[in-house]
Design a protein around this ligand. Structure first.
Ligand code: ADP
Length: 425
């Protein structure tokens, strides 16, 4: 609506400007014509008085000029009926004056200077000149009135245009403010909901931990008792219970870590420790979970590293259990320990399914799973790498990988050495 109004006002403004321009052109032309007519009259008079050929030639030039300017004025005023009538009157007066002059010349040539002077003294030429002055004044008055009316109109439309633009700008500012306010409110609402959700997960997982821990303990006791009794069937069942409860505990721990990370509550207790020992322990314990893989360790870290051993163990478990999980047909897993200048690096290489290029940039995202729902063979919730990456970031370390779909992946983590520790042999 505002845009239409602005357009309309601007259009009127431009139209008025065109009309004002036209009126000014008419006034200039009328003025020029008036001067030319006077000049023409003077040269006529001079010629009759002096009989000097120079004046006659000048008179021919000024008459032609008057004719030309009159015709231009006619064209300019052709749309205005009242002014056209006056221009026609003007034309008649100019023609009468020319006729009068021709008669004067004829008298001058036939009867002499005296007779011509008497003819001029009759004052007919003067009357026609007065008539011409009056008509020109009328034309000028009408044009001046038009000019002032159009100027006023122009000022009004300019004011209206400014007012519309001002209102439009204010409306836009108001609109932007409203949008900003709504977006801000929506974002705040989302942030609050997100925070509430994280807090809920944190509390819920914490609450779940207590009964699960009891379940784990009782399942282990049950397993031991059944073992003592020699009831093989029941012992098998209780082993399955223990395994599932362990899996449940791991999931709950991961969920708890994710929510702690989101809330900035993940704590680290850093000390100097032996990475070789930690890696060996993890390998030993995860070997129990697979019959298909041979896991070899190559190399040795020569210095102690500095970090939260439990959290780094968590990263190692994540990388090695992924290597096992995502290489169902690959037998080998190679762990390489490398001493770099400022970091100790652990590579975990598998020869499994690998990761396609389209998934590579996402695997560290929270809850991201490259194979999604469709891949039921690989259970998981997409939390491990997200947590591991955050753990390494908080150690000023690094977590990364290279991978080729169908060929396998090498995940690695690097962490700083402990400062005071001396190099180990
Ligand atoms: P989860 O294994 O529980 O799904 P992770 O965060 O540990 O969660 O891993 C995220 C995703 O990265 C996995 O779903 C998997 O698609 C991919 N991934 C991780 N490690 C490997 C690996 N060694 N080989 C192939 N894909 C992997």
């Amino acid at each position: 609506m505002n845009a239409i109004l602005s357009f309309y006002n601007l259009e009127t403004l431009l139209q008025n400007e065109r009309l004002i321009n036209h009126t000014e052109q008419v006034l200039v032309k009328v003025n020029a014509l008036h001067l030319s007519v006077k000049e023409d009259e003077t040269t006529q008079r001079n010629y009759i008085i002096t009989d000097d050929e120079t004046y006659f030639n000048a008179f021919v030039g000024t008459t032609a000029k008057v004719t030309k300017e009159l015709s231009e004025l006619k064209t300019l005023l052709k749309d205005n009926k009242q002014q056209t009538v006056r221009v026609n009157q003007l034309q008649q007066s100019i023609e009468s004056r020319l006729r009068l002059f021709n008669q004067g010349i004829a008298i001058f040539h036939q009867e002499g200077f005296e007779a011509a002077q008497n003819y001029i003294r009759q004052g007919n030429g003067l009357k026609i000149m007065q008539q011409i002055d009056v008509t020109i004044a009328q034309i000028e008055d009408t044009e001046n009135a038009l000019l002032s009316a159009r100027t006023n109109q122009s000022i009004n439309s300019a004011n209206r245009t400014y007012a519309t633009i001002l209102i439009e700008t204010l409306c836009n500012v108001f609109l932007i403010f409203i949008i900003y306010y709504l977006v801000k409110r929506e974002l705040e609402y989302r942030n609050t909901m997100e925070k509430r959700k994280d807090e809920f997960i944190s509390i819920a997982t914490h609450e779940l931990k207590t009964p699960i821990t009891s379940l784990q303990v009782f399942a282990q006791i049950l397993q031991k008792k059944l073992h003592e009794k020699g009831d093989q069937q029941s012992k098998l069942y209780s082993e399955r219970i223990t395994k599932q409860v362990t899996r449940l505990t791991e999931l709950i721990n991961d969920l708890l870590d994710v929510s702690r990370l989101q809330l900035g509550k993940l704590k680290f207790e850093k000390t100097a420790f032996d990475l070789n020992h930690m890696v060996r322990e993890v390998v030993e314990s995860l070997k129990q979970t697979t019959d298909n893989h041979t896991i070899t360790i190559k190399g040795k870290i020569k210095k102690s590293v500095y970090g939260d051993e439990d959290r780094i163990t968590q990263v190692m478990i994540n990388l090695l259990s992924n290597a096992i999980k995502y290489s169902p047909n690959g037998k080998k897993i190679i762990i390489t320990l490398k001493n770099e200048l400022r970091f100790a690096t652990v590579n975990v290489q598998d020869f499994g399914i690998g990761i396609s290029d389209e998934h590579k940039t996402h695997v560290f995202e929270r809850f991201y799973r490259a194979y999604g729902e469709s891949e039921k063979n690989f259970p998981g919730l997409g939390m491990g790498l997200f947590i591991s990456q955050e753990i390494m970031r908080r150690h000023r370390g690094k977590l990364g990988f290279t991978s080729k779909e169908g060929k396998g992946s090498t995940f690695f983590f690097s962490m700083p050495y402990a400062k005071s520790e001396k190099s180990k042999a």
